[in-house]
Design a protein around this ligand. Sequence first.
Ligand code: VGL
Ligand code: ZN
Length: 208
Amino acid sequence: MMIALLLIDIQNDFLPGGALAVNKGDRVIPVANRLMPGYPLVVATQDWHPAAHRSFASQHPAKQVGDVIELEGLTQVLWPDHCIQGTDGAQFAPGLNQGGIDHVVRKGTDSSIDSYSGFFDNARRKSTGLQDYLRKEGVKEVHIVGLATDYCVKFTALDAVGLGFTTKVIQEGVRGVELNDGDCQAAIDEMTRSGIEIISEENDDHRI
Ligand code: VGL
Ligand code: ZN
C-alpha cells in the first residue's frame, strides 16, 4: 500500500528568525529527516508568493499584520511579506534533507488568493496538481509533517481526508503559528473530528 510523506512548507521564513516565524518551527526538521527514508514517496510543498501577494499586510496600507479582511469573498488574515518567489526566505530549510524529496508542489502563486492547502487555493478554484500526482503514483494514504499546524498543515490534512486519502499527522513533526491562544489545539481537534489520525513518530509503524 502506497503511503506518501508530505512535508508542508519547511521553509526559512517559517523558522525562527524568518519573516513569519513559527515558534520552535525548526524542531520539525530532524523529525522530517528521520522519517523520510521510511517512505516510498516524499512530497514537499513550498509556499511561493509573488512579491505583491494580497495576503500581505504591506499591500493594504491601512492594515496591519494579523488584521482580517475580505479577499475574493473569503476571510483572509494579513501576514508579513513571506516566502516571496526566489528569495532566501522561500527556500527549504538548509537542514532539511532535500535529496530525499521526490516531488515539490508550489502554492500561493496567484497574487489574488491565498493557498493554505497543498491541494487547492482557499476558494478551491484551482488545484495545485498534488492530488493528480498522488493518484498517478498510486498513493492511498498520506502522513503529514511541517508548518504550520493551524494553517497549512490543517488545511492540507482536511483536503487530503476529504479527497479520500487515509490521513495521519505526526504530532512531533508539526508546529503552529498560534496567532490566538488555543489555535493549535483547535486545529488538532478539528482534524481529529474530521477523521484524521494524530500519531506519534514512534508509533509510525508503516515503515518500509
Ligand atoms: C502559512 C500563513 C501564510 C503556512 C503560509 O505555511 O502555514 N501560513 N502562509
Ligand atoms: Zn503564505
